[in-house]
Structure formats: structure tokens, C-alpha cells
Ligand binder design. Structure first.
Ligand code: MRU
Length: 342
């Protein structure tokens, strides 16, 4: 069993409350925020108090439970829960895990709409979380077996415990490799891309790896090509927000550039993702909706303006990496090689 000190969610059984680690306060402050309503959960997703595709899905599942609990007293409870489903669906567009969790939860809501209590809906949210924990463990083992013991891995954004209910996707694999290497008397080193403009790498991934005593070095995004050229990157591993039927993947902005660089330098490029990230309804990456976020996130860093007032900006929060550039997609049931048939 691979372990981590990082916890993203808590279920407070006595208060019957879902609690989230406040990712806006990290790395300075480590605090859990109890959720009181479905609206608070929707706001937490929109404001990125919680982020990362699987974590958004788990949060939305509890959001549906909160809605059920708030509305169970009403005869038109189903319509009210459906309205809250739309509220949750309108938070962030790219990670399919959100929509996957909402659909799964609504099936249970419909099947149990005549029950005395919404307990079956809470059970389903707990189940979604527990399955995510297990999928993370399984991906970690498959990924470690596939990649083996190598000195340097580079990762982008945060695809860690903070982005899931368990060990993380990419960082779960990194945790497993680190564990196996320690057992063999060796050590792993991780390059952490800072991940402009939202700085998930700097704020979250370096915090998370340091918390688990995994050797890491923070770099700005424009340093990776130089390190690759010097032979200091043996593999790249990232997460994904949506995987199309042809295995194109959407992930944090900057992922595509890394995949192109990896290809040029003949460095294996891996994506780790649970079942909930696959969207077979989408034929290729061209059909994935890319979230455009606020210009302020480009112009301000920690509240400080870094560009002239009135400057034009763009902020696509994700990009699409074509499957041709992907060495393997690490899933809970094994590694998919998108280009094997070619
Ligand atoms: O905008 P964010 O922070 O939600 O984006 C997160 C990512 O892009 C992650 O890499 C992705 O969700 C995979 S998380 C296991």
C-alpha cells in the first residue's frame, strides 16, 4: 500500500458535513473548510478552493447529496435537485469527471426518490470517493511498473492527492516509484513546473511532495526544454481533465508544449487518469471545451500587478495534447499505448 500525508477531503460523521482542504490558502495555511450547502460546494469548485478533475467530481457528488438533503422535505424534490445539478454543472467546463459524477449521482437520486431519507445518495457519494482512492492506488502500481526506477521525472500542474480523493494520478505514480526506489536504496527526484498562470505546481505540487518527503525542485515553465536537452529529465508524467475516444487528452495549459518537447528529446511522455476522466462520447481533442479563465489571473500574481493596466491578455486554462505525442496512458486497469497500432 502506497501512502501520503496529504488529505484533501474529510467526512465529518458527527456533523454530517463534507470538509475540503482550502487550496486557495495553501501553501501558507493548512485548513479544512466545512461545506454547509450545495451552493457552497458549487462556489468552492468555481473559485478553485477545490480543483483537479477527480476532486471536482467527488465534490460534485457530495453537492448532489447536499441538494437532496436540503430538498427532501418537498414534493417536487426531484426538480429541485435537477436545478442544483445544473448549478454544479455550470461551475467548470473542461474536466469530464464533474459531469460523470453528476450523471451517476442523478441515476441514484431517481432510483431512490421515494425513499424516506436520502441516505442512498450519501452512500453513492462515499462510494465515488472510495473508488477514486482505489483507482489511484492501482494506477500508482501500474505506472511504477511501466516506468521503473529512473532518477528524474518532470510533472506539470497538480495531479496529486490535492486533485483527487486519494494519492493522486501522476503524483500517485511518482509516490509509488519513490517508494520502490527507496526500497532499492536509490532515490527519485522530481522537477515541478510552476504552472503559470495559476501556479498549481509552485503552490500545491511542491507543497504536496515536500510534505511526503519526496525530493523535488521547483522550476519555471520555460526551463524544462533546457533541462531536457541536458539529459536531466528521464520521463514526464501529467494528469488529464478529459480523454477523448481517440486518446487525445486535455490537461492544464502548458501540457501540450511539454509533450512536443518530450517528443523532440525522445523522452517518454505519460498521462495518468482514472476511469472517470475518459469521455468516449467525444471523438477527438478538437471537441473538448477549453475553459477560458479571468484575465486577472494572468495580470496579477498574489494580488500584485505584473503588467500594465489595460494590457490585453488571454487565459485558456487547458490545452489538448494529441495522442500521437503520448507514450502511455496509465489507468487503474493497465497502460494504454495510444500509438501501438501505428
Ligand atoms: O485548473 P485545475 O487546477 O483544476 O487543473 C487541474 C489539472 O489540469 C490536472 O492536471 C488534472 O485535473 C488532472 S488531476 C488528477
Amino acid at each position: 500500500m502506497i501512502k501520503s500525508e496529504v488529505e484533501t477531503f474529510r467526512w465529518n460523521d458527527s456533523a454530517q458535513q463534507f470538509e475540503m482542504l482550502d487550496q486557495l490558502a495553501l501553501p501558507e495555511i493548512e485548513r479544512f473548510v466545512p461545506m454547509h450547502s450545495v451552493r457552497e460546494i458549487a462556489d468552492a469548485i468555481t473559485n478553485m478552493l477545490v480543483r483537479g478533475a477527480p476532486a471536482i467530481g467527488i465534490s460534485a457528488a457530495y453537492g448532489i447529496y447536499y441538494s437532496a438533503r436540503q430538498n427532501w422535505q418537498y414534493a417536487d424534490r426531484l426538480a429541485r435537485i435537477q436545478a442544483d445539478k445544473s448549478l454544479l454543472a455550470n461551475t467548470r467546463p473542461t474536466a469530464v469527471n464533474l459531469f460523470w459524477a453528476l450523471e451517476r449521482m442523478m441515476k441514484v437520486v431517481q432510483a431512490h426518490i421515494q425513499d424516506e431519507t436520502p441516505d442512498a445518495i450519501l452512500d453513492e457519494a462515499h462510494k465515488i470517493w472510495a473508488e477514486d482512492v482505489q483507482m489511484n492506488q492501482d494506477m500508482a502500481e501500474h505506472g511504477a511498473k511501466e516506468i521503473g526506477n529512473i532518477p528524474n521525472i518532470l510533472t506539470h500542474c497538480n495531479a496529486g492527492a490535492l486533485a483527487t480523493g486519494g494519492l493522486g494520478t501522476a503524483l500517485g505514480v511518482i509516490r509509488a516509484i519513490d517508494m520502490h526506489m527507496h526500497e532499492a536504496g536509490k532515490s527519485l527526484h522530481v522537477w515541478v513546473d510552476e504552472t503559470r498562470p495559476y501556479l498549481q505546481g509552485a503552490r500545491l505540487t511542491s507543497w504536496e511532495l515536500m510534505k511526503d518527503h519526496i525530493d523535488c525542485t521547483l522550476i519555471t515553465d520555460n526551463m524544462s526544454a533546457h533541462l531536457m536537452k541536458q539529459g536531466l529529465v528521464n520521463a514526464i508524467i501529467v494528469g488529464a481533465d478529459r480523454i477523448a475516444a481517440n486518446y487525445d487528452i486535455a490537461n492544464k495549459i502548458g501540457t501540450y508544449a511539454l509533450a512536443v518537447l518530450a517528443n523532440y528529446h525522445h523522452i517518454p511522455f505519460y498521462v495518468a487518469a482514472p476511469d472517470s476522466t475518459f469521455d468516449p462520447a467525444i471523438k477527438s481533442g478538437d471537441d473538448i471545451v477549453i475553459e477560458e479563465r479571468s484575465n486577472a489571473e494572468v495580470v496579477f500574481v498574489k494580488g500584485k500587478r505584473i503588467a500594465p493596466e489595460g494590457v490585453k491578455t488571454r487565459h485558456p486554462a487547458f490545452d489538448v495534447t494529441p495522442h500521437e505525442l503520448i507514450t502511455g496512458i496509465i489507468t487503474p486497469s493497465g497502460v494504454i499505448k495510444p500509438n501501438k497500432s501505428k
